[in-house]
Design a protein around this ligand. Structure first.
Ligand SMILES: [Zn+2]
Length: 124
């Protein structure tokens, strides 16, 4: 676990979120990979995902990176959704948001306005 977690006041909710993101790969229809605290910034994370997804059957990735992890200290995190070619972003993100709503801690709140250019925000 990262040392940057020291200020987190809701560790159970964060752990539930980490588990949900990591377990997204087991989802039957999403065909996504999930990474928490992945890469230092969005550019590095997306670059690394490109390499990881070249050989796989995965359509998309759900992640937050180290800069997002700092936001956890103020009780929310922006979940990035990265989609590969051949898959429309909006329906994918809708499915991801629905998955998160049923998979995170019951007290956590998922916020997303349906705009695929906006990240999904999880309020722990
Ligand atoms: Zn970076």
């Amino acid at each position: 676990m990262s040392s940057s977690n020291s200020l987190i006041t809701k560790p159970r909710r964060l752990e539930a979120l980490r588990k949900a993101v990591r377990n997204i790969r087991k989802h039957k229809t999403l065909k996504a990979i999930g990474k928490d605290n992945f890469g230092c910034c969005s550019s590095c994370a997306i670059g690394a995902l490109d390499t990881m997804m070249v050989d796989g059957n995965k359509h998309g990735a759900v992640f937050w990176h180290a800069q997002d992890e700092e936001q956890i200290q103020v009780d929310h995190v922006h979940i990035r959704v990265c989609v590969r070619r051949g898959r429309r972003l909006q329906p994918f993100m809708t499915q991801v948001a629905a998955y998160l709503r049923t998979s995170v801690h019951p007290m956590s709140r998922i916020e997303w306005n349906g705009d695929p250019r906006q990240c999904i925000t999880v309020h722990l």
